[in-house]
Each structure stands twice: as C-alpha cells, then as structure tokens.
Design a protein around this ligand. Structure first.
Ligand SMILES: Nc1nc(=O)c2c([nH]1)NC[C@@H]1CN(c3ccc(C(=O)N[C@@H](CCC(=O)O)C(=O)O)cc3)C=[N+]21
Ligand SMILES: [Mg+2]
Length: 283
C-alpha cells in the first residue's frame, strides 16, 4: 500500500531543528526565549501535555517554567500571577493550560495575559488582528496544520476545505486561516443538516469535534486530504482521533495519524511563537 501518512512528528522535528538554531543565535545576543506554562489543578491528561511543552522548550534551549497551582486557586490569585509574568522581562510567552476549573472564568484569564506574550494566540486583540489580516500570534493547532501542508508542498488555494467543528481554539481560526490562503471554506457543526453530504465534497477535510472515530469512509471523498485534530481514548483506552484511521486511510490521498500527526505540530508552533516573541520583545 502507498504511504499516504502525513507524518506530523517528522515534520515537527525538522521545524524544531530550525528553531533550535535560531534560539542559539538569539542567545549569542544575550536573549534567552522564556516560556511559562501555568496549570491549575491536577487533571492527568493536562499534566502530560504541559510536561511535554516544558520538555520541548528546554530541549530547544529555552528557559522554561511550569507553575503548578492547586485546584483551589482563585481567579484573582491567577490574574495576579499573570500580571507578575506580564511584567517579568525574562518571560516572553505565557500559556495558561485549558480547561480551567469551573470556578475560574476562562475569558477573564485570557484577557489578563498581555497580548504581546500570548503565545497561544487566544487574546481577543490577537484574534481581532488575525481576522483583519494584521500580524499577530496565531493559535498553535491551526497554525501547525497550515505549516504541515506547506511543508508537504500542498497548496490550498482554490481547494474546498471543510472544517468540522467551530471552537475558538481550533475550528473557527482554522477556517479563517484557510480563507486567508485562498481556500473555499465550509464549516460543519452540531446543527448542520446532512453532515456527510458536505464533508464528502471536501478536497481537504479537517476534523476537530472530540468524538472518537466519528469520521468513517462514508464521510470522505476519494483522494481527499484528511487532517485529524481529535485526541480521544477508544474503548480499550488507546489514544485515537476523530477519524476512523484504518477505515479512512484507504480512500484518502493523505491522512494524519493520532498520535504523531497534529499534536507534535501544535507544540512546535508554540515554540515558534515563543521564539518570535522573544525576538520582538528584545528589540
Ligand atoms: N492554553 C492551551 N493551549 C493549548 O495549546 C492546549 C490547551 N490549553 N489545552 C489542551 C490542548 C491540547 N493540546 C495538545 C497539544 C499537543 C499534543 C500532543 O503532542 N499529542 C501527541 C501525543 C500525546 C500523548 O501521547 O498523549 C501526539 O498527538 O502525537 C496533545 C494535545 C494543547 N492544548
Ligand atoms: Mg465544536
């Protein structure tokens, strides 16, 4: 069988080598990119993700801090911590791991992060700049997907891109990034009538719904490119995406695996945003 796997892990590692070099160069001028990740509470999946972010930033030569705050942290305490980091010149990127405990208003927290250090690209200032085409931090998951396609020489201009899911973090910005790159974009979501009739029209299908193996071959056009943003556990507790991989890979021209697809690209774009932030804040 032809190898049609879009190897996010491999592409991520290549981009990371480039970032590592740029970190070295920046350090010669006395600037060490600094990333601080905050996690509130002890959700095991979240702890795995943030530990991974810290490890990666350290491997690339950055300064990295992980603040593990107790579940009982108040909104005010968290805001105060963020203000402290906003004012710390050694910190170029601040990431508050989502989701937050229910007693903390996520929107309030995102607003508190300085837009200049918002390496997630979640602050409304960055979202607004992005929508009108000004330079801003781009949200890491859709950014990573664009970079992965670019790396593989896949041009999205004129392609019909169907995005399944409309979250602020993935689906919504994904469609807008595709639009900016001249794709024709359709969003499919929980109120869409006849989902498969629309997804079947996609040249590029991007799935971010958080439902294990939701997309089977009946949803996919022959030869489509399929990008799976999902991170779920299947009935055996094994990590799986929103796409039924074994089923869909037979008809897709390209498909991302889970793990080893979009996830590593997401982390890599976080590193890229932190590097760019350090360059910008130090000049
Ligand atoms: N403020 C904030 N920013 C985020 O970017 C953010 C967040 N909150 N909350 C949670 C989600 C999830 N997320 C992942 C990133 C990489 C992998 C990743 O690298 N996954 C590996 C596998 C990891 C494993 O084995 O469990 C892979 O797909 O190969 C996973 C999940 C970032 N998120
Ligand atoms: Mg959604």
């Amino acid at each position: 069988m032809v190898n049609n796997i879009l190897d996010g892990k491999k592409i991520a590692s290549s981009i990371q080598s480039d970032i590592e070099q740029q970190v070295k160069t920046l350090k010669q001028s006395g600037v060490v990119p600094g990333l601080t990740v905050i996690i509130v509470g002890d959700n095991p999946a979240s702890i795995t993700y943030v530990t991974n972010k810290k490890r990666t930033s350290e491997r690339l030569g950055m300064n990295s801090a992980l603040l593990e705050l107790p579940e009982s942290t108040t909104e005010l305490e968290l805001v105060n911590k963020i203000v402290e980091l906003n004012n710390d010149p050694t910190v170029h990127g601040i990431l508050v791991q989502l989701p937050l405990p229910r007693h903390i208003d996520e929107s309030k927290i995102i607003h508190a992060i300085s837009p200049e250090k918002d390496v997630d690209g979640f602050h409304p200032i960055n979202v607004g700049k992005f929508v009108i085409g000004e330079e801003s931090f781009l949200p890491c998951t859709p950014y990573g997907i664009m970079e992965m396609l670019h790396f593989e020489g896949i041009d999205v201009a004129g392609k019909h891109v169907v995005v399944v899911g409309r979250s602020n973090i993935v689906g919504k910005p994904m469609g807008l990034m595709m639009l900016k790159n001249n794709a024709t974009v359709t969003y499919v979501h929980s109120k869409t009538v006849d989902v498969s009739s629309i997804t079947k029209q996609a040249d590029i299908l991007i799935v971010a719904v958080g439902k294990a193996k939701f997309i089977t071959s009946e949803f996919v056009k022959d030869g489509a490119i399929v990008i799976d943003v999902g991170m779920n556990r299947d009935e055996n507790g094994k990590l799986c995406g929103d796409v039924d991989f074994e089923n869909v890979r037979n008809i897709a021209s390209f498909i991302t695996p889970v793990p080893g697809g979009v996830g590593p690209m997401t982390i890599t774009m976080l590193m890229k945003n932190t590097l760019e932030s350090a360059k910008k804040l130090s000049t």
